[in-house]
Design a protein around this ligand. Structure first.
Ligand code: UD1
Ligand code: CA
Length: 461
């Protein structure tokens, strides 16, 4: 197989986004657009990837890192000018060069593969990925001759009224013979409505040289959406969301309301999981068999075990075991580990803490910087007092212990195995195993005092 290269165009300012964030960094389902593009296009098998970035594009470089080489386009003089920046890295190489825009995040690896195969089979110098658009406004139109061969592409702003009626659009993705591409780019001028060097002009230049130019018409217009503004960004989000949700449903996941469920591309979900509306699952999350998520739960970078139920809760960067009950209204913050069959109930916050098997934190508690053993019961309103304004300290609660309601455990402190802490205690010293610790003022009852007080107050009136 001949070599394949890719050029990703990502230097445009994205004026129409009206944003301080670089256009191609705007996320679709939590992942920046240009990353979607790179991940899909590289699946065709690439010998080299070059991403064209603009001035001040450190964040793009940071994001894509080693996966691609970078060239800088100092001034954004058009898509043709952008591709020319890659010449220093690609010139004189033999093979196919795919050029793709960093703002078309929905094109799939299958479409890229089909495009390349079509191009190489046809032995063309250029192949344009085209689509029939229900509303072609804003896109370059594909002008064909009487023999239905592609002649050239005309941009929206340069098109005459007849050309504006054409519904076949340029998706902004192409395959070129690498050497023919850079040779033709030298002839592109900026004599057009926008005063830019248009990459699509390469088509007409090659055609005029009687080189073979073809189009590969994809049936999936949905995939080819170019995101130029936030209206299109929302459309991209919607299309990708439904695509991902459909895949999960076909794999045996029940999604009650796919329109209102947001699952990022990397997330793994096993069979018979049920997801209720308003849930957002993102990052490197895995949801295991029979788990029930939602409604209205946000899970990021978490492992959720079999048969676990998470209702109306937020969990981040944590591991939640099997048959665990979380919520409603719990907050599991980074570095938490919740053991099998544990319970994290309403208005409970867990941070950087491990909760052992079958332990319960059922209501209104804060457990941070803590190691909680197995079969521990943490009563309502318990707080691990972990922070002195400067440093954080560890609370250890050993197996089978029972923490009474409304207790403060002032860290660093350890509650030994099988011990009891009386409700309302403020524990400042370690509690030995098997002990009962009462750390609260003793109750005194003053018999008859209330009525004496009332009479006294009455006399004063
Ligand atoms: C472009 C095509 C149009 C096609 C559409 C598909 C041109 C002239 N037009 O139009 O035919 O229908 O895509 O979505 O190519 N970029 C640079 N440097 C520049 C200019 C742009 O890197 O100087 C990058 C942008 O970051 C973007 C991509 O090229 O990722 C496309 O540029 P954009 O301005 O969005 O082109 P469109 O007007 O959408
Ligand atoms: Ca665009």
């Amino acid at each position: 197989m001949s070599k394949r290269f890719a050029v990703i165009l990502a230097a445009g300012q994205g004026t129409r986004m009206k944003s301080k964030l670089y256009k191609v960094l705007h996320p679709v389902l939590g992942k920046p657009m240009v990353q979607h593009v790179l991940e899909q296009v590289k699946e065709v098998g690439l010998d080299e990837i070059v991403t064209v970035v603009g001035f001040g594009s450190d964040k793009v470089k940071e994001l894509l890192g080693e996966q691609t080489k970078f060239v800088i386009q100092e001034e954004q003089l058009g898509t043709g000018h952008a591709v020319i920046q890659a010449e220093e890295l690609l010139k004189d190489k033999k093979g196919t060069t795919i050029v793709v825009c960093g703002d078309t995040p929905l094109i799939t690896k299958e479409t890229f593969k089909n495009l390349c195969e079509h191009h190489e089979k046809e032995g063309a110098k250029a192949t344009i990925l085209t689509a029939q658009a229900p509303n072609p406004f804003g896109y370059g139109r594909v002008v064909r001759n009487d023999n239905n061969e592609v002649e050239r592409i005309v941009e929206q702003k340069d098109a005459n009224p007849n050309e504006l009626l054409i519904s076949e659009i340029n998706t902004g993705t192409y395959c070129f013979d690498n050497e023919a591409l850079f040779a033709a780019l030298k002839e592109v001028s900026n004599d057009n409505a926008q005063g830019e060097y248009y990459l699509p002009d390469v088509i007409e230049i090659l055609k005029n040289k009687s080189e073979k130019v073809t189009a590969f018409l994809t049936a999936n217009f949905d995939e080819t959406l170019g995101v130029n503004d936030r209206v299109a960004l929302a459309q991209a989000e919607k299309t990708m969301k439904l695509r991902i949700n459909e895949q999960h449903m076909r794999n045996g996941v029940t999604i009650i309301d796919p329109e209102n469920t947001y699952i990022s591309p990397e997330v793994l979900i096993e069979q018979d999981v049920i997801i209720y509306p308003g849930s957002i699952i993102s990052g490197d999350s895995i949801i295991k068999e029979n788990a029930i998520i939602g409604p209205n739960s946000e899970i990021k970078n978490c492992e959720v075990g079999k048969d676990t139920v998470i209702k109306q809760s937020v969990a981040t960067d944590s591991k939640i075991g099997e048959r665990v009950n979380v919520g409603p209204f719990a907050h599991i913050r980074p570095d938490a580990s919740i053991g099998d069959e544990a319970k994290v109930g309403n208005f409970v916050e867990i941070k950087k803490a491990s909760i052992g098997k079958s332990s319960k934190v059922s209501h209104l508690s804060y457990i941070g910087d803590a190691e909680v053993g197995n079969n521990v019961n943490i009563g309502c309103g318990t707080i691990t007092v972990n922070y002195d304004g400067k440093n954080k300290y560890l609370t250890t609660i050993e197996d089978d212990s029972f923490i009474g309601c409304n207790s403060n455990l002032i860290a660093p402190v350890k509650v030994g195995k099988g011990s009891y802490v009386a409700a309302g205690s403020t524990i400042t010293k370690d509690v030995p195993s098997d002990a009962l610790s009462v750390a609260r003022a003793r109750q005194t009852n003053k018999e008859g005092y209330a009525s004496r007080l009332k009479n006294k107050l009455k006399d004063k009136e």
